[in-house]
Design a protein around this ligand. Structure first.
Ligand SMILES: CC(C)(COP(=O)(O)OP(=O)(O)OC[C@H]1O[C@@H](n2cnc3c(N)ncnc32)[C@H](O)[C@@H]1OP(=O)(O)O)[C@@H](O)C(=O)NCCC(=O)NCCS
Length: 185
């Protein structure tokens, strides 16, 4: 969501299988991000909530974007499609994942996994954990977090407006994995 006047956009290496990249969320991404958000959650954020979150100093919003050749073969650069996003806070002791979703048609293609890999690059001995709160009834997300090595560590009662609880999932820093990600192996 940052419309930056100056300074580079943060890019990451293309995803091996899809040719997608993770970059800063831009204002123009918002309509597509809202579509993905609504498709992903029973209690979706609205645009104002994205704006509120992104105004906080340590919060960053990023999108996974897919680049494909221009279908008109003009030789100009590729067509871009936003296929996922995440919003997270860089806390002193933990990276707090506030929101993350993948477009339904791109799920189970490691887009979510790559976004978590990206978050892992912010971990260190001083900031050793990624944490995320999940609605108690979002079983798919709970299975996904478990598959990525997260563990349920706390129950937060009454976290949602309807009185339902959140389960907090956490994953600790893995130095060996961080080294592998840094070298691309
Ligand atoms: C949860 C979500 C982010 C997963 O994204 P994804 O890109 O489809 O997940 P990945 O492809 O990285 O999955 C990695 C592994 O997690 C597990 N997994 C993913 N989705 C799963 C599901 N619905 N049920 C069980 N296991 C699942 C699998 O083991 C998968 O590996 P595999 O495909 O090789 O079997 C996506 O389903 C989504 O956007 N859901 C709605 C929003 C949401 O609930 N966000 C939760 C975080 S706040």
């Amino acid at each position: 969501m940052h419309e930056r006047a100056a300074g580079p956009i943060a890019w990451m290496k293309p995803f091996d299988s899809l040719g997608a990249e993770i970059r800063d969320m831009l204002r123009r991404d918002m309509p597509r991000v809202l579509d993905i958000e609504r498709a992903g959650f029973a209690h979706p954020w609205d645009e104002a909530e994205f704006h509120r979150a992104c105004k906080l100093t340590k919060v960053r919003a990023m999108t996974a974007a897919l680049y494909e050749p221009d279908p008109d073969d003009t030789g100009l650069c590729a067509v871009e499609t936003v296929i996922g996003f995440m919003v997270f806070e860089l806390g002193t002791r933990a990276v707090e994942l506030m929101n993350l979703a993948v477009a339904p048609e791109f799920r189970r293609r490691s887009v979510g996994r790559k976004m978590i890999d990206y978050l892992s690059s912010y971990l260190s001995e001083k900031r050793p954990r990624i944490v995320a709160n999940v609605w108690e009834r979002n079983v798919d997300a709970q299975l996904w977090f478990r598959a990525l090595g997260f563990r349920a560590v706390r129950i937060l009662p009454g976290e949602y407006e309807d009185g339902s609880e959140a389960w907090q999932f956490a994953r600790r820093w893995r130095p060996a994995e961080a080294a592998a990600l840094a070298t691309g192996h």
